[in-house]
Design a protein around this ligand. Structure first.
Ligand code: NAD
Length: 495
């Protein structure tokens, strides 16, 4: 895989050095080697990127394109991503430590967002209204906002970028994209494909850097008309403050503490795999992690045993090896945060029945590895049941009745996703209806698609990505009145 020693910022169709002339080392979480550098952006870089996006929105090739031409351009970008999927996946694995199998699946899938929203670009229909006023025609049409600031998290940089870029561009906006300082390289490699796909200069700009250094400059920039963000609740709140101050529309995809509910009438073998998917896929570093497992009392011990026996067999190791199930934690600060929860769980009185420690292995010399960890006898008020850990840590709770399961599941500040396992479909649907979450999986877990809306209830966010509704996040409605009678006789009374 060829990568560059240094990645500048992609502004107005050109690669530019950061005005600070400073760089951030890119660390491989498995080997802990520095393997590249990305620009440490500053306010000046953000200003240049936003100016390029504003100019591209107002004038030149982009606004001159028809929606059909924009759609073709998006499909061409999807094709470029498909051609380079393997290389981009390798870059992501090296950058964030997640399994190559996972990143390959994401990158092979990401083009679908560009095909789907490319197809939607010229199907954004306005409306004509009936009117109670004689001699008037009233209609409305959707228009793009202008410059969109799109900010992504490190765990799935390009898939999350696709969630935002495809609908934002299909709607006719221009974009300044900021990846996480922990995993920026794949987004920079993506920028290399823009010109080849026919994206005019300034339509997509990419700035890198620390969120705390350039985030406010980007979201608070007067020429940024819309913000779309994926990341932590804390950063989401800060951005929401800026959006409120400046009256900017905002899409937020934040964290979760999703409940995975297993009833005693479930297929327990299937549900056990679902429970492990919930807390161990991506090493638990996924927003939809089913990190609260709610198990009906009558099957509690038997079910925990099943989950533990699958989790115990998970192999930790090199994310590039086909045998590996769990890679390293993505960065040291996050590794330390997860470890901190072991003391918290102990102090709160949970029982650790698996893991609860850093993984020691003679074959893994470096890398931040944490063993799959399962806590039982967890009360929902404990911090391990209420806070997003974002690691391979499961809190198992028990319940007696359906009502109790629903109450516990909803007793959370978050509402991103949930799982329900039962062979009784009426029960599963009844429970799913009452769960306060943006996605509920029944007898399955962690499925997403470009066609199905995704987003959070409560502190897990606002707005929706994916599915046709997502394009509305990037559009505003303009209403028109046309007087056909020539009657404007009384200027002092509303008509
Ligand atoms: P984070 O909030 O630390 O960082 C996310 C992004 O925000 C990064 O690009 C960062 O540089 C930037 N940022 C930081 N401070 C900023 C500021 N003041 N203004 C603007 N941008 C700023 O989150 P993270 O650690 O990268 O990601 C993990 C979190 O993301 C978890 O909570 C996870 O649940 C969430 N996540 C949610 C979804 C979803 O779709 N709901 C998907 C993936 C991850």
């Amino acid at each position: 895989m060829t990568t560059r020693a240094r990645y500048g910022q992609y502004i107005n169709g050109r690669w530019e050095k950061p005005s600070s002339e400073q760089w951030i080392d890119v660390v491989n979480p498995f080997s802990q080697e520095n393997w590249s550098q990305v620009a440490r952006g500053s306010k000046q870089d953000v200003d240049r990127a936003v100016a390029a996006a504003r100019d591209a929105f107002l004038d030149g090739q982009w606004p001159a394109m028809t929606a059909t031409q924009r759609g073709a351009l998006l499909r061409s970008l999807g094709d470029r991503i498909a051609e380079h999927a393997e290389r981009l996946a390798e870059v992501e694995s090296r950058d964030n430590g997640k399994l190559i199998a996972e990143m390959r699946a994401q990158l092979q899938y990401a083009p679908e967002w560009f095909y789907y929203f490319g197809g939607l670009a010229d199907k954004i229909e306005g409306m004509v209204f009936p009117t109670d006023k004689a001699d008037m025609l009233s209609y409305a049409k959707y228009e793009p906002y202008g410059v969109v600031a799109a900010i992504t998290a490190w765990n799935s940089p390009l898939l999350l970028a696709a969630y935002k870029l495809a609908p934002a561009l299909a709607a006719g906006n221009t974009v300044v994209l900021k990846p996480s300082e922990h995993a920026s390289v794949s987004t920079m490699e993506l920028a290399d494909l823009f010109a080849d796909a026919g994206v005019p200069p300034g339509v997509i700009n990419v700035v890198s850097g620390y969120g705390h250094e350039i985030g406010d400059a980007l979201t608070g920039h007067p020429d940024v008309a819309k913000i779309t963000f994926t990341g932590s609740e804390a950063t989401g709140k800060r951005i929401a403050g800026i959006a409120a101050r400046d009256i900017k529309p905002l899409t937020l995809e934040l964290g979760g503490k999703s409940a995975n509910i297993v009833f005693d009438d479930a297929d327990l073998d299937l549900a056990a795999v679902g429970a492990v998917t919930g807390f161990l896929s991506a090493g638990g570093q996924t927003c939809v992690a089913g990190s609260r497992l709610l198990v009906q009392n009558s099957i509690y011990d038997e079910f925990v045993e099943k989950v533990v026996s699958i989790a115990k067999a998970a192999r930790l190791g090199d994310p590039f090896s086909a045998d590996t199930h769990i890679g390293p934690i993505a960065n040291e600060a996050h590794f330390q945060k997860i470890i901190g929860y072991f003391d918290i769980a102990k102090a709160d009185g949970a029982d650790c029945v698996l893991g609860g420690r850093v993984h020691q292995d003679s074959e893994i010399k470096d890398g931040w590895f944490i063993e799959p960890t399962v806590y039982t006898n967890v009360d929902n008020s404990m911090r391990i049941a209420q806070e997003e850990i974002f690691g391979p840590v499961l809190a198992v709770l028990s319940f007696e009745t359906e009502e109790e399961a629903i109450r516990i599941a909803n007793d959370s500040r978050y509402g991103l996703a949930a799982g329900v396992w039962s062979k009784d479909s009426a029960r599963a649907l009844r429970v799913a209806d009452r769960i306060q979450a943006g996605t509920v999986w029944i007898n399955t877990y962690r499925v997403v698609s470009f066609m199905t809306p995704f987003g959070g209830y409560k502190a897990s966010g606002s707005g929706r990505e994916n599915g046709a509704v997502a394009i509305k996040e990037y559009l505003q409605l303009k209403s028109y009145w046309i007087g056909t009678s020539g009657d404007v006789s009384n200027p002092f009374v509303i008509r």
